[in-house]
Every structure is written in C-alpha cells, then in structure tokens.
Design a protein around this ligand. Structure first.
Ligand code: AMP
Ligand code: MG
Length: 413
C-alpha cells in the first residue's frame, strides 16, 4: 500500500495564509507603546521635516556673495540658537548660528566655526571661500508634507516610532493583538518549579515548549492565555478546546498531534470543527496540524494550530508556520523571512525525502557549521545554532556548497 505524499511546505503555506484573514479590531495606542505592533493605517505627514532650512553645524550663517574669496571680514549682528528665529541678514553681515537653528532670510550658507577667526568689535574673518548651500539642511529633506511615510500592514520598530513622532503623532492606529490560547499536552510533563530536578519521578520531563512558545507569541504581538498542561485524555482535550475557542482567535497546542493512541488533539479538533491540514513534508515538524474549532454559531470558528511535541519540531514549526499566520492575522502583508545564500562548511551526505531545517552556526570564516546532533528532541541545537539551513527535499550537501540560511535573530524578531 502506498501512502499519499505529504503536503509540501510550499503547498501548505498559501492554503494557511488564505485562512489568516486580518482581524477586524483596531486600537489607537500611544506611539510610545507601539514597538512591535502592526500599523492599521497609512501615515501621511502634515508638515515638512525639517520644518525650515537649518544649520547642520555650529558656526556662522553668511551670504556667499560676501565670501567669494578667502579672508572676508563680516559683522556679527545677531545670534540664533536652536529654537529661535533670526532676522534677515544684510550684505556684510553674519549671524552666529548653532546646529538645528533656522537659516535667516538672506543667508545662503553656513561656515563652521573652525573656519572662522573671531576679531575685535563683533567681527569674524572667514578663512575659506564659501560655496552656496554649504552646511544647510533643507526643509523637507527628511519628510515632505503630504508624503506617505509609514504604510498600513508594516510592523513597527523603534525607527518607525521616531519617524511618527517627528511628524507629530503621539498616537497610532494599530491592529488588535491576536488572542492566543496556548496549551501543552503530555502526561509526562512537569512544570519547572513544581518539582525539583532531584525529585523528578521516573518518566517525567519538564515542559520546555511552553516557555519558548509563549515567548515567541508575545514577541509577535499576541495576547497569550496560558492554559497549562492538558491531560492526555480525549474528553479533557475536547473540553479545553471548546472553552478556549470562545474567547480566542487561535488555539495553539504542542504535542499529542501524531498517530498514537495517546494523541487526542486531532480527534478533538475533528469532533469540534474541522482539520484542514495535517502532516507536512518537513523535518523536523512533520506532525503539524491546522484546523478550526467551532464556537457554536454557524461559520463562527477559532483557528487551531497543533505543533509536534518534540521541542525542536515545535520551535521550527512555530517559526515556519505560526509566525506568518499570526502576523497575517494582524494585517502584515510581508510575512516571509529572508533566506541568505551562504557556504556550507560541513557535509550532509544523506538526503531526506522531506525538506529539512538544519541547525547551524556562522563561523569566523563566514561559512556555516552544523550542530552534530540534528535530532528533533535536542533543543541545545537551537541554542548553539544561530539559524537553520533550509535544505530542499532530496538534497545532499558537500563542503563548499551554497545553501540557504535563515537567521534566528531575524526570524524571532
Ligand atoms: P508527542 O508529540 O506528544 O508525541 O511528543 C513527542 C515528544 O516530545 C515526546 O518525547 C514528548 O515527551 C516530548 N514533548 C511533548 N511535549 C513537550 C513539551 N511541552 N516540552 C518538552 N517535551 C515535550
Ligand atoms: Mg504526547
């Protein structure tokens, strides 16, 4: 009997993103609090930045007609610190000016103070000839009035907050945070802190997935309800999902999504809604599942994503599949992470039928080293590594080959 071919990541991704309709709710929040949030409006500048032509140096504002030759002597008739506005400059006059202060009318250049000699009687001597426009920052050279400076669907970073503030915006309209219910399955799981390492019963392990999944969801702007560990029982799994669906946009689980008798996630989703995707041709992470859990009204459902229990599988499938999904729920249009071509400094002689995500680290020679143990249970590989090689199905790697690298720093940002 031949098993049906697993769905490839490239087939699954568009299907998944087609389900991730942006949430309708929006919020107006302080620009101070908007780091990492997704902009729900285009932002158009109501003024020019800088507002006027201004000096980019501490020095003297001059009329270049007065300074065609080196050695011109000018009368200092005014002083213009930043935050003040001078008066028009007449022929033969100069204004003491400071960085950021508006250029007075009549002046068309600035001489830096290092190029001026201060003379007796409020005069200066300019040691060089002065070209027009020297050391002037033009009005609007950063932002023009009416220009669209930030675009709906972009994820805000500190630079965007600064730019929004520079055009006077104390508040920004952002997409609501996706509400995510997170739970782990596995009767072997124990929470760190509940049982000391020396007192761990045989067969028990600590719940590690719960820590990184929650942290990653929060980094991506989600509001997380942590439902803890749900027992490996069909009824308990169904009850947890039914309840979670009511007040969340997404239910995210780890473990229990394979084919074993103790795996109740898949049947629970099928009992409460529908399973749309299950099992992908990726390694690690094959037992990934996507579906919907009904809320009780026709057509009203909560998204469901089930991640494998093995920690590295959970970690990688989160980044590959959950990350773009929760970003899309917030209206992000560009959800794909960048792949960079790099050189493998290792051999990977056994090709796999599935597309593989190998934990690697950049070395001092600018190449990639491979973590020796690529088992999906070895979370050390994700700590040692600073990214993965996205290796196509059926592909071996030899030292010197060009491979596609995804950096954790970018992927987790
Ligand atoms: P499962 O997907 O439930 O079959 O689990 C696969 C493997 O991952 C088993 O060895 C589990 O003990 C382990 N595992 C499942 N959930 C977690 C978790 N939250 N933290 C650490 N390991 C886990
Ligand atoms: Mg399990």
């Amino acid at each position: 009997m031949t098993r049906p071919a697993l769905l490839s990541l490239d087939e699954a991704m568009p299907q998944l993103l087609a389900q991730a309709k942006p949430l309708e709710a929006k919020q107006t929040i302080s620009t101070f609090d908007a780091d990492g949030r997704v902009l729900a409006q285009d932002v158009v500048a109501a003024l020019q930045v800088p507002p006027q032509d201004n000096s980019s140096m501490d020095g003297y504002a001059v009329r270049t007609a007065d300074c065609a030759q080196a050695g011109a002597v000018l009368r200092v008739t005014q002083r213009i610190p930043a935050g003040t506005y001078g008066t028009p400059l007449n022929a033969g006059e100069t204004a003491r000016i400071f960085t950021g202060a508006p250029i007075p009318l009549g002046a068309d250049a600035v001489v830096m103070q290092e190029d001026c000699e201060v003379l007796e009687g409020e005069k200066i001597k300019v040691s060089k000839s002065v070209p027009p426009a020297q050391w002037i920052r033009r009005s609007g050279e950063d932002v023009k009035r009416g220009a669209k400076v930030l675009t709906q669907g972009m994820r805000l970073t500190p630079a965007e907050l600064g730019l929004a503030a520079s055009i006077g915006l104390a508040q920004l309209q952002v997409s609501a945070r996706p509400r995510v219910a997170l739970f782990s399955t596995g009767d072997e799981l124990v929470m760190p802190g509940d049982v000391a390492p020396e007192a761990m019963p045989a067969g028990a392990i600590y719940n590690s997935n719960r820590f990184f999944l929650r942290a990653m969801l929060q980094r991506l702007g989600c509001e997380v309800t942590d439902l803890g560990i749900v027992p490996d029982k069909r009824e308990a799994t169904i009850a947890a999902m039914r309840e979670a669906a009511q007040h969340h946009d997404l239910i995210l689980t780890s473990g229990g999504v394979s084919v074993g008798e103790e795996d109740h996630i898949k049947p629970a989703v099928e009992a409460l809604g529908e399973l749309n995707l299950w099992q992908l041709a990726i390694k690690p992470g094959k037992p990934f599942a996507y579906g919907k859990v009904n809320r009780g009204f026709e057509g009203d459902a909560c998204h469901f994503m089930g991640l494998p229990g093995n920690p590295v599988s959970s970690f990688v499938t989160f980044l590959l599949l959950v990350r773009p999904f929760v970003l899309a729920l917030q209206g992000v249009t560009q959800t794909e992470v960048k792949r960079t071509e790099m050189t493998a400094h290792f051999d990977w002689p056994r090709a796999d039928k599935r597309r593989e995500f190998l934990r690697v680290k950049r070395n001092a020679q600018g190449g990639l080293d491979l973590f020796p143990n690529q088992s999906s249970g070895v979370l050390t590989s994700a700590v040692w590594g600073d990214g993965v090689v996205d290796n196509p199905a059926g592909q071996t790697i030899s030292k010197g080959d060009t491979v596609r690298f995804i950096s954790f720093a970018e992927w987790l940002a």
